[in-house]
Design a protein around this ligand. Structure first.
Ligand code: SF4
Length: 73
């Protein structure tokens, strides 16, 4: 199954990922950054396997993140 990776420390808190895919992204009230919901945390990186049914939306999130910190592998 493909994996979604977010390099959270570089997040600028624009909220685009949350707007596009609210079930997958939560905006932190503490530091204003997005967090990948149910992502496995490794230092400041979050990783989560994604079902292929989400592929179209994931492509948009990866493309539209203005600082390109969301990767899909
Ligand atoms: S789209 Fe990118 S920069 Fe914007 S909140 Fe989401 S992870 Fe952060």
């Amino acid at each position: 199954m493909p994996k979604l990776i977010q390099y959270r420390d570089k997040c600028i808190g624009c909220g685009i990922c949350h707007q596009l895919q609210p079930a997958w992204w939560r905006m932190s009230k503490r530091d204003g950054k997005a967090t990948l919901v149910k992502g496995e945390k490794k230092n400041q990186t979050y990783v989560r396997e994604i079902p292929l049914i989400e592929e179209e939306l994931i492509r948009r999130v990866v493309r539209d993140c203005p600082v390109h910190i969301i990767k899909w592998v």
